[in-house]
Design a protein around this ligand. Structure first.
Ligand SMILES: Nc1ncnc2c1ncn2[C@@H]1O[C@H](COP(=O)(O)OP(=O)(O)OP(=O)(O)O)[C@@H](O)[C@H]1O
Ligand SMILES: [Mg+2]
Length: 449
């Protein structure tokens, strides 16, 4: 349209100019010259002048136009080349197809992906011409994009070529439109994320291994705990059964006493079996969240470290959190509490005064804040920034591996989307001032989900 009106403008101007030239020059000559022969001669000269002048004009106009066309052509060629270079050098796999699924173009990364050496092997063909395991999925995705006229963005797909190499791609497909807004094809852009995903999986298995490892490390202590917790009921069972046997031998058995003893033995046996269940549950891998009261979580925690606490005369002081309950990975959170409380117990090693561990749980702003505080003297300020680092320990090899707090932080931040911090605190309790460490765990609740 733009060029038609431009051409029209030029020719109309030329027409008007010619018209005016003829009209005025004819009139001027007619006025000035009366001699017919002279008049004819001047008319011829005027004709020649007009042709010469307009030829020069046409020459300059067309010369300018040709120069412009040429430079536009060059610009187009350059921008085409640039576009090709961008497509070729982009760190992405790029291809485009017609709305019938026929390949129209691609970059060499796409050729590499499907094991082709030149574009000739690809152009004009469709996915059905290649031996790729997932070709049905590709065709379906193309159809969805073309028929809905909507892009399909950022989804993961796999490509397994005939030599059985599997690549994982993060792909986006967008419809291609012509000037009239009709879909004429589909453009696909993929990023090869195989290494990334494999690394993520590796890190995940390593993390899981570490969790298991730290559970195993805790197991040694647990076994000592089981032994300790079993000693008492086993001795009760043994005493009662020996007593009954003795009464039988001496023929002084008393039915009332026997019944009571058997009930007692049964109770103790059930307690033994219950402690085994507690430990078994702790070592199970948490796959699902369970809804649990905090009170129960801490009861379970204390059961597992009961003997350590009792042996060292450590008092646990808890605030009133009986009503707070939430969905969580139970044994992982218990592991975190055990790690933190075990550290406090270790820190009490050379302390002879009253030993306290305070547990404070509060629920507000759709989150749970748990504070575990001791009066064991606090964490040396030179190391406080490092205590969450893996393998950082101030204990000797037998007493600590230095993964306790690292693992706890991993569980809280990565599995429960929360945060954990450590600091030192001075506080008053029973009219005495105390100094110790405080661990603050914050876990979002996401109750709306
Ligand atoms: N309540 C605390 N009071 C004083 N120091 C603490 C306390 N909690 C942690 N620490 C310091 O933080 C360090 C790291 O703790 P972490 O639990 O990660 O490792 P660890 O207890 O040394 O070994 P393990 O992996 O067996 O638990 C401890 O070695 C200790 O120096
Ligand atoms: Mg520890």
């Amino acid at each position: 349209m733009k060029y038609i009106s431009l051409a029209l403008k030029i020719s109309i101007t030329y027409f008007l100019f010619g018209l005016l030239w003829i009209y005025f020059s004819d009139n001027a000559i007619n006025l000035l010259v009366k001699d017919l022969e002279k008049l004819q001669f001047l008319q011829t000269i005027k004709g020649w002048l007009f042709i010469t002048f307009s030829s020069i004009l046409i020459y300059f106009i067309s010369y300018k136009l040709f120069i412009q066309i040429e430079s536009k052509k060059e610009e187009l060629l350059k921008s085409n080349e640039l576009l090709e270079k961008i497509i070729e050098n982009a760190p992405l796999i790029i291809f485009w197809k017609s709305n019938k699924g026929v390949y129209l173009g691609c970059n060499s990364k796409f050729l590499q992906l499907i094991n082709l050496t030149s574009k000739d092997e690809l152009l004009g063909k469709t996915d059905t011409d290649f031996s790729i395991l997932e070709k049905e999925n590709f065709i379906n995705d193309d159809m969805i994009v073309i028929s809905s006229c909507q892009p399909k963005l950022d989804y993961l797909e796999t490509v397994t070529t005939k030599n059985k190499i599997l690549r994982i791609l993060n792909t986006s497909k967008v419809p291609l439109f012509d000037n009239k807004g009709e879909v004429i094809g589909v453009l696909g852009v993929s990023e090869d994320v195989t290494e990334q995903i494999n690394n993520q999986n590796k890190i995940k298995t390593q993390e899981e291994l570490l969790i298991q490892q730290s559970k195993l490390a805790a197991m040694g202590e647990m076994i000592a705990n089981i032994a300790h917790q079993w000693r008492q009921p086993l001795s009760v069972i043994s005493t009662l059964s020996t007593g009954m046997k003795l009464q039988k031998e001496l023929h002084i058995s008393n039915e009332e006493y026997e019944k009571e003893s058997l009930d007692n033995i049964n109770e103790n046996a059930q307690y033994l079996s219950k402690t085994i269940d507690d430990f078994k549950n702790f070592f199970k891998k948490d796959n699902n969240k369970t809804n649990i009261y905090f009170k129960e979580l801490f009861e379970k925690t204390f059961k597992l470290i009961q003997s350590r606490l009792k042996n060292r005369d450590i008092q646990i002081i808890q605030n009133n959190y009986t009503q707070i309950r939430f969905d969580t990975y139970e044994s992982e959170l218990i592991q975190v509490f055990i790690n933190i409380i075990n550290n406090s117990i270790d820190a009490f090693e050379n302390i002879s005064e009253d030993k306290y561990i305070f547990i404070d749980v509060k629920e507000f702003d759709n989150k749970i804040v748990i504070k575990i505080k001791d009066n064991a003297g606090g964490i040396d300020k030179n190391i406080i920034d490092k205590i969450f680092d893996p393998y950082f320990t101030t204990k000797n090899e037998k007493q600590g591996t230095g993964i306790g707090l690292y693992m706890s932080k991993e569980i809280i931040t990565k599995h429960l989307n929360g945060s954990v911090e450590a600091s030192n605190i001075e506080f008053e309790y029973l009219n005495k001032s105390h100094h110790g460490a405080i661990f603050t765990i914050t876990i979002p609740l996401n109750k709306d989900k």
